[in-house]
Ligand binder design. Structure first.
Ligand code: NAD
Length: 489
């Protein structure tokens, strides 16, 4: 039995004991993750520094704080979320108890990505635990130090049978994917997303795919360019652009291009000094493969700022590319690096047309003073999320679903959405064995007379709802009498 197979079998066996279903046990596990973050902050931060040159403060702000917030939220709301959810009834079921019961799916496979390896692996795990599942956790092998800390230390805090951590690269992930799970939660590229979905299809396993793509950013002429560019620069160059929702490219009219460049340059200097390479708040590219991939994208474009790089240190300076063409290399795939291409368009119409010609993005950004522009972008495009006059911050709002649409992903999570995503919403209808007379209407022989009554009660059920419960009981009694009479005669 391979290591991966053993982990899946262990998680399945642990799930079958039923212990993951107890609400107290779920809360205990979530609190243990909180304790892990508090007690192991140093190990977490050291690993992040080695993987992505991230400072401890950055790690806390961008990785663990959000996880801690979600733990707070889930532990305070779990009883409410897990409780039966009463639903509206129709006339035929008015006397029954009808509700949705969220229940665990079983064993979830969580495949994490390297750019925010703690947040993107632990957040789905919180959802899986909250919903009462077991989970096999597969951290990204690319953020190698973090994966090691996760494998070595996390099992010291949570139930290691229910939530095993399995490290490994593509072969190990593919071995895991051969086994049957009850849900697969994948974060990573669209290309690998297709591999995941294909593997899941063999077992009819549902998937959540948190993917990427090119997130456009339209800057309107009617805009405070200084503030807009500051926010865009923050969204673009945080984590060296290695963020799934970072603004991938800018669309703006030619008349404001120079000013956009000047303002983004100013923001770069304010944030990362004249020499970002020595600035503790500026990151590094994860590895040389990605360094080469990003640098190859610059070819054929005009550099308006930045461009300095050092392969041995995986350093690429915050870079702006100007007058980029749709056929330029940098416009073909998601950049996932610190390059900000600017493509000029004649105005909003052309920007919308360009956005719609491409795959639906994970995030779409618009900067303007004009509400009509925001409205038009909202109504005439589609994306996982739409933000006006800011970048990235929707990720931190637990009451918003986080996820893509089309090629940027399927399914969503955060807050209650994570709980719902990783639960089965079981439809429950509990009837008593009395009032059989009413039911006789649906039994053969099916007559036109019965059809008439069925039409009346089903199609008029909305009006019936307004009558109130007592009146309905009377109606049902009359109906039972009529049906019985029909049966007798
Ligand atoms: P990655 O290389 O770390 O891959 C992610 C996971 O997929 C890893 O655990 C890896 O082991 C596994 N994997 C890779 N190739 C595989 C294969 N052939 N078969 C099976 N498993 C495989 O991450 P990445 O793909 O480089 O991540 C970057 C992409 O992820 C970008 O497109 C980015 O936009 C996207 N992303 C999306 C989100 C989101 O929340 N939507 C978050 C972060 C990153």
């Amino acid at each position: 039995m391979s290591r991966e197979e053993q982990a899946v079998a262990r998680a399945r066996k642990a799930f079958e004991t039923g212990r993951s279903k107890s609400l107290d046990y779920r809360i205990l596990q979530l609190r243990n993750i909180q304790r892990f973050i508090t007690e192991r902050q140093k190990e977490i931060s050291d690993a992040m520094r080695k993987d992505l040159h991230r400072s401890e403060v950055t790690t806390q702000i961008f990785e663990t704080l959000g996880v801690e917030h979600e733990i707070d939220l889930i532990t305070s709301k779990l009883k409410e979320w897990a409780a039966p959810r009463p639903v509206e009834k129709n006339v035929m079921t008015m006397m029954d108890t009808v509700y949705i019961q969220p229940e665990p799916l079983g064993v979830v496979l969580i495949i994490g990505a390297w750019n925010y390896p703690w947040a993107l692996t632990l957040q789905p795990l919180l959802g899986a635990i909250a919903a009462g599942n077991a989970a096999v956790i597969k951290p990204s092998e690319v953020s190698v130090h973090t994966a090691k800390v996760m494998e070595d230390l996390l099992p010291l805090y949570i139930d290691k049978e229910l939530y095993p951590v399995v490290n490994g690269g593509v072969p190990e992930t593919q071995e895991l994917l051969r086994h049957r799970f009850d849900h697969i939660f994948y974060t990573g590229s669209t290309m690998v997303g297709k591999v995941i979905m294909e593997a899941a299809a063999k077992h009819l396993t549902p998937v959540t795919l948190e993917l990427g793509g090119k997130s456009p950013c339209y800057i309107d002429k009617n805009c405070d360019l200084s503030t807009a560019c500051r926010r865009i620069a923050w969204g673009k160059y945080s984590n060296c652009g290695q963020i799934c929702i970072s603004p991938d490219y800018v669309l703006c009219e030619p008349s404001i291009q120079n000013q956009v460049i000047a303002e983004v340059k100013k923001a770069i200097k304010d944030f990362y000094t004249d020499n970002p390479k020595t600035c503790p708040d500026y990151g590094r590219i994860i590895n040389q493969r990605h360094f080469k991939r990003i640098m190859a994208m610059v070819e054929g474009s005009t550099i308006a700022a930045g461009g300095e790089n050092d392969e041995s240190a995986c350093y690429i300076a915050p870079t702006i590319l100007r007058d980029v063409k749709p056929e330029g290399k940098v416009m073909q795939d998601e950049i996932f690096g610190p390059l900000l291409p600017i493509m000029t368009v004649s105005g909003l119409d052309e920007a919308i047309k360009y956005i719609n010609k491409n795959e639906k993005p994970l995030a779409l950004y618009v900067f303007t003073h004009d509400n009509k522009v925001i409205q038009r972008v909202k109504e005439e495009t589609s994306s996982g999320a739409l933000l006006a006059n800011d970048c990235l911050v929707h990720y931190s709002v637990s009451s918003l679903p986080f996820g893509g649409v089309g090629h940027s992903g399927m399914g969503h999570y955060h807050g209650k959405f994570s709980f719902d995503q990783l639960s089965h919403m079981r439809a429950c209808l509990i009837k008593k064995l009395n009032m059989e007379g009413v039911n006789s209407m649906r039994y053969p022989p099916l007559t036109l007379n019965k059809l008439g009554w069925a039409r009346f009660f089903i199609l008029k059920s909305k009006d019936m709802g307004r009558i109130g419960r007592m009146a309905l009981v009377s109606v049902l009694a009359v109906m039972a009498a009529v049906v019985l009479q029909n049966l007798v005669f």
